[in-house]
Design a protein around this ligand. Structure first.
Ligand SMILES: Cc1cc2nc3c(=O)[nH]c(=O)nc-3n(C[C@H](O)[C@H](O)[C@H](O)COP(=O)(O)OP(=O)(O)OC[C@H]3O[C@@H](n4cnc5c(N)ncnc54)[C@H](O)[C@@H]3O)c2cc1C
Length: 486
């Protein structure tokens, strides 16, 4: 399979055409990342004989590249240890308010069982501590667990749901926690008796009537057939590496100026396998596209303006919400303005300093903004900021102070000129147990999907909170495994 699969690559095979079974299992799990590992563990714990078919030679999915944030709440041990008063209801309100087309049933389950899920993860060996990283950061440099990882304190969401920090970072210094998560989940799957076949690229589903009863995969040049007595669970990741699918479903992400994040096998094969048997998809236009300008967090005191010299977002938003607003500006043009007190160079190096000026009028002229526009924006902002308020964009009071100490700096945040990265969020339509749903809204017998190849909670960048993808991949992966394994 290359990175531009065609429908023919995944054509369904009628089971009557199979004359030799290479192997059999109760449950076949296609792909072993956050979703596949949790599905495999739960299916095995339910008593099923589980075979994982993983296309890579080792454990190397996108989960391994992830920071290791999980979005959890409702009173987890790290929240309690830090005196955070959270409830599953507040978490539910938050996710409902922050999701364009929320699936109420899934969000309710996810929130009500979030504390249980935290304990299950620690039971598998995934380590978390009770540290609390209080600053605003993109990928926390310490091993502290609890973080503000979304838009909880950001207006208007802060008015719709009681804020609480719900990002739970695995106990690992820096940004490589995903590998640690996979190390523990792999060990647990192995000790649960899950069998593994690597270098196994699943290419077709096998159908007996309307029921999925197995898969065919290529092992180097050999084609093999495996029978599934109970179910096949697709957990093969997203499609950020498939140009054709991105062109079709999310053109903004397809733009070559967005750096695609993920592993080379994020080519949508799981989604295409599901579609080959009539599986429906959801939110395929959804992508997380971002360009974090913090740290340093001091830059959150700055203001963002478009090519009209006007503000358009509360700058303290989670970086993907800010980026979504930037992408909606005329000409894709955005500048972050700071004064001498609030200036810092973006530590991730995704944005460049354009220049600094002694007066706002000079800056306005050099940036070719309409005469007087930026001067008015700054004057209005500063006037209200003297009282610690931001009536225009409602930035949280902690990040509001007048920008009146020259020189004034402009940082380039325009799409195409600063560095934007992204990955996909849409996938196969599934019910709360991970069963794939077809175009007629019926369950596809014998077929499940979880993780980045399914659509559960995360739908777009504007509403995203860090930790939602691995949170939902592990949570709904478990549910799929349990249901399929019974
Ligand atoms: C840099 C980065 C950082 C991130 N950090 C976070 C974070 O901290 N928190 C968070 O919630 N989200 C994060 N995300 C998103 C998150 O990592 C993913 O959404 C999540 O890991 C997906 O898990 P998965 O199990 O669905 O896929 P994966 O972990 O990618 O696993 C899928 C597996 O399927 C295999 N596969 C693919 N096709 C086939 C096939 N045809 N046959 C057999 N095997 C196949 C692949 O080789 C792979 O091993 C991050 C993403 C990136 C890119």
């Amino acid at each position: 399979m290359d990175a531009n699969n065609t429908a023919a690559d995944f054509a369904v095979i009628d089971v009557t055409r199979v004359d030799h079974w290479h192997e059999e299992a109760d449950v076949i799990v296609v792909g072993f990342g956050a979703a596949g590992s949790c599905a495999a563990i739960e299916a095995a714990e339910a008593g099923a004989d589980v075979l994982v078919l993983e296309r890579a030679s080792g454990i190397s999915g996108t989960t391994c590249a992830a920071t290791g944030h999980f979005y959890l709440g409702g009173g987890t041990p790290p929240q309690r240890a830090n005196g955070i008063d959270d409830s599953s209801e507040a978490m539910f309100d938050y996710l409902m308010a922050n999701t364009p087309q929320p699936d109420e049933q899934k969000i309710r389950l996810y929130c009500e069982q979030s504390v249980e899920h935290f304990h299950w993860l620690t039971d598998q060996g995934v380590p978390f501590n009770n540290g609390f990283y209080r600053k605003k950061h993109f990928e926390q440099p310490t091993d502290e667990c609890l973080i503000w990882s979304g838009n909880e304190k950001v207006w208007p969401i802060s008015q719709q749901a009681k804020p609480a920090p719900r990002g739970h970072k695995v106990e690992k210094t820096g940004s490589e926690g995903g590998g640690l998560v996979m190390k523990h989940l792999t060990a647990k799957a192995q000790s649960s008796g899950v069998r593994f076949q690597h270098d196994a690229a699943v290419k077709n589903l096998l159908l007996d009537g309307d029921r999925v009863v197995g898969v065919s995969y290529s092992h180097f040049k050999e084609q093999r057939f495996v029978r599934a007595h109970k179910a096949v669970i697709l957990a093969a990741g997203g499609f950020a590496m498939n140009q054709q699918m991105m062109d079709q479903y999310c053109p903004r992400l397809a733009d070559p100026r967005v750096y695609k994040q993920g592993n080379p096998f994020d080519d949508g094969s799981g989604i295409e396998l599901g579609m080959s048997v009539g599986g429906a998809t959801e939110h395929m236009d959804g992508a997380l596209i971002t360009s974090p300008f913090y740290p340093p967090q001091e830059l959150l005191f700055g203001i963002m303006v478009n090519n009209q010299g006007q503000r358009f977002i509360n700058e303290d938003s989670y970086h993907a919400r800010t980026a979504a607003a930037c992408l909606a500006q005329p000409d894709d043009t955005v500048y972050l303005i700071a004064d001498n007190d609030t200036f810092g160079r973006p530590e991730l190096g995704m944005q460049e300093l354009i220049d600094a000026w002694e007066t706002v009028a000079e800056m306005e002229q050099d940036l070719q903004l309409p005469t007087g526009a930026l001067q008015k924006t700054m004057a209005d902002y500063n006037r209200a900021a003297e009282n610690g308020s931001d009536p225009e964009q409602h930035k949280y009071k902690d990040w509001v102070k007048p920008l009146n100490n020259p020189p004034y700096a402009a940082i380039e945040c325009s799409f195409g000129k600063s560095f934007y990265v992204g990955f996909t969020l849409g996938g196969l339509k599934v019910n709360v147990d991970g069963q794939v749903i077809n175009q007629q809204q019926q369950v596809v017998d014998g077929l499940y999907a979880a993780g980045a190849c399914a659509s559960n909670i995360a739908q777009d960048g504007a509403g995203y909170s860090s930790g939602t993808c691995i949170g939902e991949s592990t949570f709904f992966g478990r549910r799929a495994g349990r249901h399929a394994g019974q």
